[in-house]
Design a protein around this ligand. Structure first.
Ligand code: SAM
Length: 284
């Protein structure tokens, strides 16, 4: 058994911890996975690492050795006690006991960058799977001043996030990710790399944030509403999906737009490229 497995078992026993399923608690016990996450994140002492859901602190420990600063955001206050006990001696350690979805990340990043010591901000996390999508959407849509997001998520979601728009694994979120970032799959992680074992396979992915979105879009709200509408009713043709949506546009008008853009009027939204969605949105 690995050292991390022994350490995890020891901490759980010492603090009387049983994993809380509702909080997506699956603790990493695989040294290779931790090494891969930390090494490929290229962490330096000019980096601020924001770790979401540090849990017992397995990844945190490695991050603290390399980063200029590590800010952990953890909801479960049982973990806060453990993390404080384990890392109080690290000057570069800070912890926030809060739901990550409620934290003002933009403010935290700005405050930390003012000092001058922090040049880059990176997000690193073994995410709680029950809120993977809202967390990723928050990190992207809030246009944070960050360089990359390296996260462990369920494999099925990873396939969707790293798909090319128009590809077979795509969903509405595929377009959002592609718009803001370049996505890479780093490593598939078997279920026995965690205690307790999750019911689904996992994967580590990295999103490298683009300096500016991949295409120019005049009205982002309309653009993303259009994409979401197309995927809400993905079995329908694009024509039917849009005309039944909140975009409030007649079937005839959309049909004309599609014809003008040389797009087959029987097409389903899921096969369109991001550029085609942008062109349709522009004409609506
Ligand atoms: N990083 C640890 C590891 O790799 O062993 C734990 C990862 S575990 C998959 C997810 C962690 O996210 C848990 O510690 C859980 O308590 C925490 N968590 C769950 N919901 C959260 C939320 N809304 N905000 C912040 N942390 C949350």
């Amino acid at each position: 058994m690995s050292k991390i497995y022994e350490e995890t078992k020891f901490l759980m026993k010492k603090y009387g911890i049983t994993a809380n399923k509702k909080l997506g608690q699956n603790f990493l016990i695989d040294d290779n996975v931790i090494e891969k996450i930390v090494d490929t994140s290229n962490i330096t002492n000019e980096d601020l690492i924001i770790e979401i859901g540090p849990g017992l602190g397995t990844l945190t420990k490695e991050l603290l050795e390399k980063a200029g600063k590590v800010i952990c955001i953890e909801l479960d206050n049982r973990m806060i006690t453990i993390l404080k006990d384990r890392f109080f001696m690290y000057k570069n350690f800070e912890i926030i006991n809060e739901d990550v979805l409620k934290v003002d990340l933009n403010r935290i990043i700005k405050e930390n960058k003012v000092s001058g010591q922090i040049k880059n901000v990176k997000i690193v996390a073994n995410l709680p799977y029950y809120i993977t999508t809202p967390i990723i959407m928050k990190l992207l849509e809030e246009r944070l001043d960050i360089e990359s997001i390296t996260v462990m998520i369920q494999k099925e979601v990873a396939d969707r996030l790293t798909e090319i728009p128009g590809g077979k694994n795509g969903g509405a979120i595929t377009y959002t990710v592609y718009y803001y970032a370049e996505a890479k799959e780093l490593l598939t992680v078997p279920n026995n790399s965690f205690i307790p074992e999750p019911e689904v396979e996992s994967e580590v992915i990295r999103l490298e944030l683009r300096k500016k979105p991949v295409i120019e879009v005049t009205d982002e709200v309309k653009f993303f509403t259009l994409i979401k509408a197309s995927f809400m009713q993905r079995r329908k043709t694009l024509l039917n999906a849009i005309s039944n949506s909140t975009l409030n546009i007649s079937k005839e008008k959309i049909e004309q737009i599609l014809k003008d853009l040389n797009i087959d009027t029987k097409v389903r939204g899921e096969t369109l490229t991001i550029e085609q969605f942008a062109e349709i949105a522009k004409k609506i």
